[in-house]
Design a protein around this ligand. Structure first.
Ligand code: PHE
Length: 358
């Protein structure tokens, strides 16, 4: 027993004197390791008779626990000290002025999202968001897309593996329109939002990529009519392209979630393989219409009291048109040389005409 007491006392003293985490670790091995002094002492229990083993065994355990606890505590002290030292050393002075690195560039899609957001913010719109991975109900059903609608086909939409519980499949949203539903269900009317984001379709050629970007717009109030839709979109196309008298037309069309529906064309000039905004030709730019009463109903909004319009447009195409970028696929190649050429400076404040006077 005396051996144990002496050993314990001297070990505890040594632990107290240890000057580094490594010294503590060495002491742990020396005491509790395979050939450690305590371990060897514990082994002598084997040679004792049952009575003696019982009495001493307990004392051994107590000693072992004390030493172990002392080792842990000492080690924790060193870790804390080390952390303090690192924190002091790695301190960042957040009051230093920003260093303008010429390296990073803003992707044209991000730039155009900022520009579109700025235009609609001036008209009182806020930005709403929804998930890229949607369910069938938000993407199709609640938007009044019937089961036989082609957009629902396997070869048009990316479906995730079906869920084992109910057999339904989540999907990559094919448009930003489900955000209309999510936004209406998240609060009471009136609503005035845009929802920019990624969208996905099983499509790939020079002018289509499987992932692309859209902005949705939704305005619901007591007496919103097509005149508001027209005024709002006129303001938008003229602002985004920086052409105050840009011609446009609303051409009757069909979407299951709007009634009546229209597509908006803007004036353009074609020739020599080039496409310029402004001119006698027409270029289709977006889909829009008055939100279908059934859609309002699905979203829990009373169509007898509320009505309004929605629109959806492709962001990537706007970026290509506005900044003269010929190939859509290059948008998503992550080629730094391309980004250096077509990208925008990170320290630029996004302005409506920012890119035009670059
Ligand atoms: N969601 C439609 C599309 O992707 C666009 C649209 C949105 C049309 C809102 C009308 C109203 O083609």
């Amino acid at each position: 027993m005396d051996d144990l007491d002496t050993l314990t006392t001297s070990l505890l003293a040594e632990i107290g004197r240890a000057e580094s985490a490594q010294a503590v670790e060495e002491l742990r091995v020396a005491a509790l390791g395979k050939k450690g002094s305590i371990t060897l002492l514990v082994r002598t229990l084997g040679a004792m008779d049952a009575e003696e083993r019982k009495a001493k065994g307990q004392a051994f355990n107590v000693a072992k626990d004390r030493i172990s606890a002392a080792l842990d505590a000492r080690k924790a002290e060193f870790s804390a000290r080390e952390m303090d030292a690192r924190l002091a050393f790695e301190k960042i002075d957040v009051t230093l002025p920003v260093r303008h690195e010429a390296q990073g560039r803003i992707h044209p899609v991000s730039q155009v999202i900022e520009e579109i957001t700025a235009i609609f913010a001036d008209m009182g719109f806020t930005v709403a968001e929804g998930p890229d991975i949607e369910d069938d109900w938000h993407n199709f059903t609640a938007l009044n897309l019937p089961p036989e609608h082609p957009a629902r086909q396997m070869h048009d939409t990316f479906y995730l593996p079906s869920r084992p519980d109910d057999g339904t499949s989540m999907l990559l949203r094919t448009h930003t329109s489900p955000v209309q539903i999510r936004h209406m269900m998240s609060g009471k009317p009136p609503y005035r939002i845009i929802a920019p984001g990624r969208t996905y379709r099983s499509d790939s050629d020079q002018t289509h990529t499987p992932m692309f970007h859209q902005v949705e717009g939704l305005v619901i109030d007591r007496d919103i009519h097509m005149g508001h839709l027209k005024g709002c979109l006129e303001e938008f196309v003229r602002a985004i392209f920086g052409i105050p008298d840009l011609t446009y037309r609303l051409r009757p069309s069909h979407f299951p979630f709007t009634e009546p529906s229209a597509e908006m064309d803007i004036g353009c000039t074609r020739g020599g393989g080039e496409l310029k905004i402004g001119g006698p030709d027409w270029l289709e730019i977006l889909g829009c219409g008055m939100v279908h009463p059934k859609v309002l109903e699905y979203a829990g909004v009373d169509p007898a009291q509320w009505q309004g319009f929605a629109f959806g447009l492709g962001i990537d195409r706007i970026a290509m048109l506005k900044y003269g970028i010929p190939d859509l696929r290059a948008f998503f190649d992550a080629d730094v040389r391309w980004l250096r050429h077509y990208g925008f400076s990170a320290s630029d404040v996004p302005t409506l005409a920012g890119g035009l006077v670059r």
